[in-house]
Design a protein around this ligand. Structure first.
Ligand SMILES: Cc1cc2nc3c(=O)[nH]c(=O)nc-3n(C[C@H](O)[C@H](O)[C@H](O)COP(=O)(O)OP(=O)(O)OC[C@H]3O[C@@H](n4cnc5c(N)ncnc54)[C@H](O)[C@@H]3O)c2cc1C
Length: 508
C-alpha cells in the first residue's frame, strides 16, 4: 500500500471506509488522485471473523450514545459498525433497489420531501455497484421485469420457504431476495477468490470466506490497487481551516497520539450518527441549522412464529425471500409503504430483540426453548423526516474529547400507522403458513438523515452533489445525506450515491 507523508498535501482525505467512503476512495484513486482514508476502527482479514455473536461485538460501534424520544433507538449492533469496511462488515447484504416512487414522495403523496436527484440518474450507478460487488438475484424480478442480476440467487433457508407458503396462500407475490452475496465462486478484482455462499446464517458476524460483499473485499482493494492509502485505528476529531474557511488538514488520533494530514479536500463518510456528531462538535457546515435534524430510522417490526418441524434458522442466508407487494399497499392511511423479507436470526440477537420488546422472564425462556423451530418475517418501512427527530450533543465526552451524541426519535402518526399495517400483514402470512406462538418484535433499523442533501441551502446541509453549502472543499456521503428514508435498505443506494458524488467532484 502506498504511503503519504502527513506533510504532503493530498488531493483528498476520506473519513470512514463504509458504504459511503469506500466507493469514493476507489473512484478518486482510479482517477489518479492522491487519497488517504482515515478509519476509526481496526483492519480485519476475513479469516478473523467467526460465526459467534459475542465475539462479533468488536465490529460494532459500541462507544456510548444516548437515546431519547418516545421510540428511543437501540444503538450498537443494531445499526452501526466500526472497522475497515464500516457497517458492511456486519450488514445483512439484503440488497433491494430504491423504488422510484420513494424519491418523489412529497410530489406524489404530499408527505416527506422529494430527493433532489432522480431515480433515473441513480440507476446506472446502482447497476454499476451491483456488477462490481456481484449481487445475486432472481432471473425475473416480479416488480421490475427489465432488471437483471449478475449472479443467480443464493439458496433459500427454511424461513424463506415457510414465508413463501404463507404468501402463496394469500396471493402475495414473493421471489428470491437480491443478495450482495455471491452464489458461486467468483474472482473479485484486486482481492482474489470470493467463495460461493456456504449456507451460513452468520452473515451479520462477518464473512470468513468473503462471499458477502463487504467494502474490505470489494471497493477497498480496488482503491489500494490504484494508490489509495488506508489508515486504520485513526479517529478523526478535528478539521483545520484557513482564513477563507477552507479545510487544510484533518486531525486524528491513532495509538493515543494526535496526527494531522494536510489535504485539499475532505469527504466525510462517518455514517448517520458520526458525521453529524463531528460537524456539531466542530461547529461546522451548519449555517442552515440542519446538522443533526431529520434523523430517520426505518420502522422494522418483526413477526416470529413457531412451526411443527425444525427450521434450523441459523443455517442459510437469513433474508432469502422478498416481497415488494406492499411498497404502496392498496388500503392504507399512511404515506409510503414497506418491503417484506424472511428472517433467520442467531439466538443472542433474537433474545436481545425479544427482551427489548418486553418479552422477558419465564415467557422469554419458554419461547427460546423452541428456537430451533422458529421463523421470522420483517419489514423495512418509510420514515418521514421530522425536525424534532434530532441528534444533539451532551456534555459528556468520548475517548478523543468529542461530545457524545444524544438522538431523540419518536414515530409520527405515519410511522405508527405503517408499523401497525405491516404487523397485521406479517401475522396474516404466518397464520396462513400454520405458525403457532406468534409474537411481535418492535424495532427500527438504520440511522439516516442528519446532514440532508437538498436544493436549498437554508434547509439542507449539502447540495445535490454532496458538497457542503458552507465549506467549499467538504463533501459528505453516507447514510446522513438521505433527505427521506426510502423504503429500501440503504447500503446499495449509499454506494451508488458515493460513486455519483465522486464523479461530480471529478467533473464527470
Ligand atoms: C446489523 C446491521 C445489518 C444491516 N443490514 C443491512 C442490509 O441487509 N442491507 C442494507 O442495505 N443495509 C444494511 N445495514 C445498513 C448498512 O450497513 C448501512 O446503512 C451502511 O453501511 C451505512 O454506510 P455509511 O457509509 O453511512 O456508514 P458505515 O458503513 O457505518 O461507515 C462509516 C465508517 O466511518 C467510520 N467513522 C465514523 N466516524 C469516524 C471518525 N470520526 N473518524 C474515522 N472514522 C470514522 C466508522 O468506523 C465506519 O467504519 C445494516 C446495518 C447493520 C448495523
Amino acid at each position: 500500500m502506498r504511503h503519504h507523508a502527513e506533510t504532503d498535501e493530498v488531493d483528498a482525505v476520506v473519513i470512514g471506509t463504509g458504504a459511503g467512503g469506500a466507493p469514493i476512495l476507489a473512484r478518486l484513486a482510479q482517477a489518479g488522485l492522491s487519497v488517504v482514508a482515515l478509519e476509526a476502527g481496526p483492519n480485519w482479514e476475513p479469516t478473523d471473523h467467526t460465526p459467534d455473536e459475542i465475539d462479533a461485538a468488536s465490529i460494532y460501534w459500541t462507544s456510548e450514545r444516548l437515546s431519547g424520544g418516545t421510540d428511543p433507538e437501540a444503538f450498537g449492533g443494531n445499526n452501526s459498525g466500526i472497522g475497515v469496511g464500516g457497517s458492511t462488515l456486519h450488514w445483512g447484504a439484503f440488497c433491494p433497489r430504491p423504488d422510484e416512487r420513494d424519491l418523489r414522495l412529497a410530489s406524489d403523496q404530499g408527505a416527506g420531501v422529494d430527493w433532489p436527484i432522480t431515480h433515473a440518474e441513480l440507476i446506472p450507478y446502482i447497476e454499476e455497484v451491483e456488477r462490481f460487488i456481484q449481487v445475486s438475484g432472481p432471473a425475473d424480478y416480479p416488480w421490475d421485469p427489465a432488471r437483471r442480476y449478475p449472479l443467480p440467487p443464493v439458496a433459500r433457508n427454511a424461513p424463506a420457504d415457510l414465508m413463501a407458503a404463507g404468501c402463496d396462500a394469500l396471493g402475495i407475490r414473493t421471489t428470491d431476495s437480491p443478495a450482495a452475496i455471491v452464489s458461486r465462486d467468483v474472482q473479485q478484482p484486486h482481492f482474489g477468490v470470493r467463495a460461493g455462499a456456504i449456507n451460513s446464517g452468520a452473515t451479520h458476524q462477518g464473512d470468513r470466506v468473503a462471499s458477502k460483499a463487504s467494502m474490505d473485499v470489494t471497493y477497498l482493494p480496488l482503491a489500494v490497487a490504484h494508490g489509495a492509502e488506508i489508515r486504520a485505528g485513526a479517529m478523526v476529531h478535528g478539521l483545520e481551516r484557513d482564513a477563507t474557511g477552507r479545510i487544510t488538514a484533518v486531525v486524528y488520533r491513532k495509538d493515543g497520539v494526535d496526527h494531522r494530514q494536510r489535504t485539499r479536500n475532505v469527504f466525510l463518510c462517518g455514517g448517520g450518527v458520526e458525521s453529524a456528531r463531528l460537524l456539531l462538535n466542530l461547529d461546522l457546515a451548519n449555517s442552515s441549522g440542519q446538522v443533526g435534524r431529520n434523523y430517520m430510522a426505518h420502522p422494522a417490526a418483526q413477526v416470529w412464529g413457531r412451526f411443527d418441524r425444525p427450521t434450523r434458522m441459523w443455517r442459510g442466508w437469513p433474508s432469502s425471500l422478498i416481497s415488494e407487494d406492499f411498497v404502496r399497499p392498496k388500503e392504507k392511511d399512511f404515506a409510503g409503504g414497506y418491503l417484506i423479507q424472511s428472517l433467520g436470526v442467531l439466538p443472542v440477537t433474537l433474545a436481545t430483540s425479544m427482551a427489548r420488546s418486553g418479552i422477558r422472564g419465564e415467557r422469554l425462556m419458554d419461547l427460546l426453548e423452541h428456537y430451533d423451530s422458529f421463523a421470522g418475517i420483517g419489514v423495512n418501512g418509510e420514515c418521514l423526516p421530522a425536525e424534532s427527530n434530532r441528534l444533539t450533543l451532551v456534555d459528556e465526552v468520548d475517548e478523543v474529547g468529542l461530545k457524545r451524541a444524544r438522538i431523540d426519535f419518536s414515530f409520527s402518526d405515519n410511522e405508527r400507522a405503517l408499523d401497525a399495517h405491516s404487523v397485521t400483514t406479517m401475522k396474516a402470512i404466518w397464520e396462513a403458513a400454520g405458525a403457532k406462538d406468534v409474537f411481535v418484535l418492535n424495532r427500527t433499523a438504520h440511522a439516516e438523515g442528519t446532514c440532508r442533501m437538498g436544493d436549498d441551502r437554508d434547509s439542507a446541509v449539502v447540495d445535490p452533489n454532496g458538497r457542503s453549502y458552507d465549506v467549499d472543499n467538504l463533501y459528505i456521503c453516507d447514510n446522513s445525506v438521505f433527505p427521506s428514508s426510502l423504503i429500501a435498505n440503504p447500503a446499495l443506494t449509499i454506494m451508488a450515491l458515493a460513486l455519483r458524488t465522486a464523479d461530480r467532484f471529478l467533473g464527470r
